[in-house]
Design a protein around this ligand. Structure first.
Ligand code: FAD
Length: 452
């Protein structure tokens, strides 16, 4: 057993914990990072499969994500643009396939008008919401009382419009059905990206990727921290008092002045706190839960859809694979598609035996892009729901009424215990950018507290 004394111990070597450790080190503080897995990066993770680069977790960066942009500039990491040329494909609820260009889905003119009305109303409200304090909006209490599903239907009676617009936040972001979270939670999501229009614009929100993958960002930070990052060290026990903490990893114990718990909020209660956390945290932490999405990767000999003038971008609000994109890594000649299967559709897929699941998913992809999609050389499903140290994807959000009730306390420290996660961020909420912003912010707070 190694026993260490440090200024700050950080639990979790995802982008948030690593950024916090890096900033504290730059400010002259000693740190130790204890990570449960045998790798860094948390919900960002990449592997080479049969010659193709597969990003199993987070990968895209958007122009507003300046927290992450400034970090990668410091690390010397470059980005490349996602392939966006050509037409998109839309699959209507009745299975009709349409190839289209421009911003509007190829649906009835009246539905386009209703979708634009909903988007305008979301933009109007989003402009009034502070992503760092959505609960401070004058109508926050009532917006947190109504599900996003039902709120959309108070604005429009057009079911297709409501489902299509709902998808951008429900299946597309929080990865929960729209009836399980509030309109206020949806507004936090859109304000975290600057506007709802930014969020529905895939060319904005899925703009660029990292050369060397998104996990490469965490790897580069961990390299700078060197021997202060300890893998295979889940922390399941934490002693604390106003004077300091002791974090117990598997073979490393760290005594420190402060601790940063940089794990997703749904995992806070994996740690046994001695003495127990206060009532407020006990209750709050039960209202933050992970969404569920399967990220599907399929690699082909060539990006065949490009030859047909298609970008690879496909939407099907009621299809098994609701979104599909060209995800070919730069410099590769093979073609990679990435698809997303969210919440209820993901549940249904996991009920199927593996071979049937694969057939159902590929058949859904073929409805967008034709029979060539049926025979990939690599087929891989990201399954963060089955990962002990994540337990869902992409991130956590509150249940109905939780954001207004518990949100104001989510970022408060408990004595020497601080929380840092993309899931507690305002700008960049649920994204690597938010993880970086939270890591930096937490480091500044701790530094100030230590220096008194
Ligand atoms: P995490 O990345 O979850 O890191 C937490 C770390 O804590 C993990 O390494 C975990 O192993 C460790 N840990 C947990 N419990 C313990 C314990 N008890 N002791 C020690 N260590 C522990 N974001 C984007 O910006 N763009 C995207 O395109 C994007 N796509 C995504 C796709 C998927 C499939 C997923 C899952 C996420 C995606 N995200 C995306 C979200 C992004 O990956 C997360 O917001 C980000 O990784 C969160 O960083 P974090 O450091 O807060 O938490």
């Amino acid at each position: 057993m190694t026993i260490l004394d440090r200024d700050v111990v950080i639990i979790g070597a995802g982008p948030s914990g690593l950024t916090a450790a890096y900033e504290l080190r730059k400010a002259g503080k000693s740190v130790a990072v204890l990570e449960a897995r045998d790798r860094v990066g948390g919900r960002t993770w990449s592997q080479n499969m049969d010659g193709a680069t597969i990003e199993i977790g987070g990968q895209w960066i958007s122009p507003d994500q300046t927290g992450l942009y400034s970090l990668i500039e410091e690390l010397g990491i470059e980005t490349f643009e996602r392939y966006k040329e050509g037409a998109s494909v839309y699959l209507a609820d009745d299975g009709t396939r349409s190839v289209y260009t421009g911003d509007d889905f190829p649906v009835a003119e009246s539905t386009v008008a209703e979708m634009n009305k909903l988007i305008k109303e979301m933009d109007r409200l989003t402009a009034q919401v502070d992503p760092d304090a959505p609960w401070a909006h004058p109508q926050a209490a009532e917006l947190d009382m109504i599900s996003f599903h039902h709120w959309l239907r108070t604005i429009s009676g057009d079911e297709v419009a409501c489902n299509n617009v709902g998808l951008f936040i429900a299946g597309g972001m929080l990865t929960k059905p729209a009836h399980t979270f509030s309109a206020l939670q949806a507004l936090l999501m859109s304000s975290s990206a600057g506007s709802f229009s930014n969020l529905v614009d895939e060319d904005f929100i899925l703009d660029r990727r990292m050369v060397g993958t998104m996990q490469g960002v965490s790897i580069a930070v961990a390299e700078r921290l060197g021997e202060d990052v300890f893998l295979n060290n889940p922390v399941l026990k934490l002693d604390w008092s106003e004077d300091g903490v002791t974090a117990y990893g598997t073979d490393v114990t760290v005594h420190a002045k402060k601790v940063i718990i940089a794990v997703p909020p749904n995992l806070y209660s994996r740690i046994s706190y001695n003495p127990p956390l206060p009532r407020r945290q006990h209750v709050t932490h039960q209202h933050q839960s992970m969404g569920l999405v399967i990220k599907v990767h399929a690699v082909y000999e060539t990006p065949f859809w490009r030859e047909e003038g298609l970008s690879g971008t496909c939407f099907g609000p009621s299809a098994i694979v609701q979104e599909l994109y060209d995800n070919t890594y730069h410099e590769e000649t093979t073609g990679t598609l990435v698809g997303f299967i969210s919440d209820l559709q993901a549940d249904a897929m996991f009920l199927l035996p593996e071979a049937e699941r694969k057939d159902a998913i590929l058949a859904s992809m073929a409805k967008f892009l034709g029979a060539k999609a049926l025979e990939p050389s690599v087929f891989y499903l990201s399954d963060f729901g089955a990962e002990e140290w994540t337990r869902g994807a992409y991130a956590t959000s509150y249940d109905l009424g939780g954001l207004f009730r518990f949100g104001p306390d989510q970022n408060k420290n408990v004595g020497p215990i601080y929380f840092s996660s993309s899931d507690l961020a305002g700008e960049g909420y649920q994204h690597v950018d938010g993880a970086v912003r939270m890591g930096r912010r937490t480091a500044v707070r701790i530094n100030a507290a230590i220096e008194g």
